[in-house]
Design a protein around this ligand. Structure first.
Ligand SMILES: [Mg+2]
Length: 161
C-alpha cells in the first residue's frame, strides 16, 4: 500500500528522529501524534528522554499536537506539560484536523512533517494533507501486551518495506 508509505520510516521512537535531517529537508513545523508517540497513553507522563529531544527540537520548529483523544481533562494536562497547543477529538485520518493544525502553524503543508506511530491514522492523514510524514515506533518505555504488539506489527506491514 504505497499510499501510506511514510516519507521517513524511523527504526526507533520519536527520540531517534534526527532533527538536522528534517531541518535540512526544509521542515519548519511538526504535527505530533500524542499517545504512544510523545507520552505513554493516559499517564500524561513525559519521560526525560522525550523531554530532552523536545528541548533540542524546539528552536527549529513550530509544534502542535493533533490527537484523536477525547478526554478534555487529559488534553489540558498535556498542553501544560508539553507546552504546545493541543488539538483533540481529531478523527484522524480525517483531513480536517490536519488542515486546522497546519493553519495554526502558519506554514504550507510541504513545510510540515506529521510524526506518529500509526500508519492508518497519522501517516495516511498526513499524506492526504500534503504534509511529510514520519512513522515512529511507540515509546520504548511502554510495555504493552503481546496481542497489541501483534496488531501493531500487522498494521505496519501494510506499508511494506
Ligand atoms: Mg499514537
Amino acid at each position: 500500500m504505497p499510499f501510506i508509505k511514510p516519507t521517513y520510516n524511523i527504526d526507533g521512537d520519536v527520540t531517534d528522529i534526527i532533527i538536522e535531517t528534517l531541518v535540512a529537508d526544509g521542515v519548519k513545523g511538526l504535527i505530533f501524534d500524542l499517545d504512544s508517540t510523545l507520552i505513554e497513553s493516559k499517564s500524561a507522563r513525559l519521560t526525560d528522554e522525550v523531554n530532552a529531544w523536545l528541548v533540542k527540537a524546539r528552536p527549529h520548529f513550530k509544534m502542535v499536537i493533533l490527537s484523536n483523544n477525547k478526554n478534555a481533562v487529559y488534553l489540558e494536562k498535556v498542553k501544560t506539560i508539553l507546552e504546545m497547543p493541543v488539538i483533540g477529538y481529531a478523527k484522524k485520518p480525517s483531513r480536517r484536523g490536519f488542515k486546522q493544525a497546519i493553519e495554526m502553524l502558519g506554514l504550507t503543508p510541504a513545510e510540515v512533517a506529521v510524526i506518529g506511530d500509526r500508519p492508518l491514522t497519522d501517516i495516511l492523514g498526513g499524506k492526504r494533507s500534503g504534509a511529510r510524514t514520519v512513522l515512529v515506533k511507540i515509546l520504548r518505555t511502554i510495555k504493552e501486551p503481546s496481542w497489541k504488539t501483534s496488531i501493531r506489527n500487522l498494521e505496519r506491514r501494510l506499508i511494506g518495506k
